[in-house]
Design a protein around this ligand. Structure first.
Ligand code: FEO
Length: 401
């Protein structure tokens, strides 16, 4: 089957694929809007593939490659900017089809190729170093290492002649490419939350390394950004750079997220009271999440985007409500800046919910903690709700300050 080819610019083709069948990215994060694995093909004296795709999409991928180079054409080089298997799992399949293809990466790339795929690459691996420019046929490409954005071997490739950056995971997002692949062909704001959900859950832990990578690249003249997930940015590449910069710096909005774990609705009563008081005190964006109903990846993104956070938990077998445990584990590993934290909950026997949330607050000192926890016995009394009111008033004051 032949596909109509998508030419990004002269001799540069989009050969990426959409994945609408995988349920969970990294077997953890729901893909309700799917995901794209982008791959790019430079066609010239030598044919160069930049970043492969998930092996499960290989048949379609190969058809797209063939549409550009023809049935008798070959791929001479495969540039591997990132080794996470959502991209690298098709390397062996590509080598089966194009056995003379050279693999291009850095020293850490080589370690991962051997580690994941047990390939002998002693004869077909070209190692590139920081800032080096290599000629592949008529194309000169420059490589910059961007360690931990997303993995240790992550690097980007810059094609100076057309001022194009192949940025691997950097500047990517969840969501398939439906129709137009360029930022000027679609309403790119429609997938903004999915872009944020990808950032916060998948690469957000490495926010400081992402800022370092962006800083390293800031002096390059960039007209087009080709990431490995999501759309190609050719009209407003600065939009996605700014979007990532805002997220990585935790430039939060004046909203409050209330995430709670409840069994019989008593902790939820407190959450509602807090929400109502926030609203009466001028907070316009208040979001309540029952952690048992909404996947943590969505709650976590809303938390990242908003300045205020209330965590509430019922006690469950003298411990934290188990689903809440998953959420606070995620928050703990990401060390978010610019957030204000308040705590509430209920107990019936000897506690465990609020006690563990207080432990969380003690261990996560990057939060501005409002040290006025409210804990109700079984269900909130009038006095408990008055304490919730005071707590929410203080949260509103700090958030709107
Ligand atoms: Fe899209 Fe870190 O892999």
């Amino acid at each position: 089957m032949e596909f109509s080819t998508i030419e990004i610019q002269k001799n540069l083709f989009y050969v990426g694929v959409n994945d609408r069948h995988t349920g969970l990215f990294e077997n953890m994060w729901p893909l309700e809007n799917g995901i794209s694995y982008n791959s790019y093909l430079l066609k010239g004296e030598k044919n160069i593939l930049i970043d492969p795709v998930h092996a499960s999409c290989f048949e379609l991928y190969l058809s797209k490659i063939r549409s550009v180079i023809g049935q008798d054409g070959t791929i001479d080089y495969l540039i591997i900017n990132h080794m996470e298997p959502d991209h690298s799992s098709s390397i062996s399949l590509l080598l089966n089809v194009f056995p003379k293809m050279k693999l291009v990466g850095n020293s850490k790339t080589a370690e991962f190729i051997k580690g994941f795929y047990k390939l002998d690459i002693s004869e077909n691996f070209i190692e590139v170093g920081e800032g080096e420019t290599h000629k592949f046929g008529n194309f000169a490409l420059t490589f910059y290492k961007t360690p931990m954005a997303h993995w240790p071997e992550s690097m980007v490739t810059y094609y100076k002649e057309s001022k194009t950056l192949f940025s691997q995971d950097l500047y990517g997002g969840f969501g398939t490419i439906d129709g137009g692949i360029f930022d000027d062909e679609i309403d790119y704001t429609a997938r903004e939350f999915e872009r944020a959900r990808y950032f916060t859950n998948v690469v957000g832990k490495f926010a400081s390394q992402i800022l370092r990578a962006t800083k390293k690249l800031e002096n390059l003249e960039i007209k087009t950004i080709c990431p490995v997930h999501g759309i190609v940015w050719r009209s407003n590449p600065e939009k996605i750079v700014k979007f990532y910069d805002d997220l990585a710096n935790c430039r939060t909005k004046n909203g409050v997220v209330i995430a709670y774990g409840t069994m019989y609705g008593n902790t939820e009563k407190m959450a509602d009271y807090l929400a109502n008081t926030l609203s009466k005190n001028g907070v316009r964006d208040v979001r309540l999440f029952d952690v048992s109903k909404t996947h943590v990846s969505y709650i976590f993104t809303h938390i990242w985007l908003n300045k205020g956070l209330f965590l509430g938990s019922a006690s469950y077998n003298n411990a934290l409500f188990p689903v809440m445990q998953e959420l606070i584990s995620l928050i703990s590993t990401h060390k978010m800046k610019n957030h204000i934290l308040g705590i509430f909950g209920t107990y019936a026997w000897s506690g465990g919910g609020v006690k563990n949330l207080l432990e969380f607050a003690k261990n996560n000192t990057e939060f501005d903690f409002i040290d006025m926890p409210v804990e109700a016995h079984c269900s909130p009394s009038y006095d408990d709700l008055q304490h919730c009111k005071t707590l929410a008033e203080e949260m509103a004051k700090r958030v709107l300050a």
